[in-house]
Design a protein around this ligand. Sequence first.
Ligand code: MN
Ligand code: MN
Length: 305
Amino acid sequence: MFSHNKRLQYTVRVSGSNPGLANLMLEQFGGPQGELAAAMRYFTQAVGEDDPGRKDMLYDIATEELSHLEIIGTIVGMLNKGAKGRLAEGVEQEGELYRSITGAGNDSHITQVLYGGGPPLVNSAGVPWTAAYIDTIGEPTADLRSNIAAEARAKIVYERLINLTDDPGVKEALGFLMTREIAHQKSFEKALYSIEPNFPPGKLPGDPRFTSVYFNMSKGEGDTVGSWNQGPNWTVVEAEDAMAVDGGSGLCTVEATQAETEVLTQMALRTQSDPAADPLTGAELGMGEAALAQATAQGDADLAR
Ligand code: MN
Ligand code: MN
């Protein structure tokens, strides 16, 4: 069950109203790398997890992400306070009010006009949050890797927001949120490497003929070698040598039934192209008579040659 503590996980001190900045903060409220996406990612993974250690960790982190959602949503609400009051009470001239929510590159009209200054579940461009942001596959070595990447992306978005903010209190709270994503990344890394083996993901081993082959498919200036494509771990196959790698013909076959073959043949005959035909087309008709005569004369000359 959930219960709620009215205090925030980190104290939020916003220096002043700034609706444009509020809009940027929405990226971490309802965006793909935001706190709702993180909370739902780990909450759903926790519900489906059978390993007691991972289940516990996922619930802890999911619940912390909800606390982060609360912090970032509160920052949005605080930054919108001034504009919200002015807009609701209509205390300024229309032009002044309009400028206050759209001036100085301040793109907060959706947040103000449609959402009344509260934090909507959208990203900074107004795109609604979607469960499609979550890519859980239900296999811990795959999901933990994705969680590690998700934390890395969240950290980077926070970094960018910190660089955009001159409000010291907001900067500080964002710094806390960014730091927690580092801590989560560390937990997920430990949880991943506490599973042995954890590579390759899943149970089936790869086909040993192909697991350590590097295909040099992009050729020309810029070809670079490193531990990722040469050395004792790799067999390098150059593009020009790359016949069908299984040693087969590289052609495709399928065993179709007699009935399937009959209709496929029927369709192939019906849609057959005639390499000898040069039909008059709508494009040529559309060129007008002069152009058409010229095209026809050129065609006759080509045929005569
Ligand atoms: Mn977070
Ligand atoms: Mn996190």
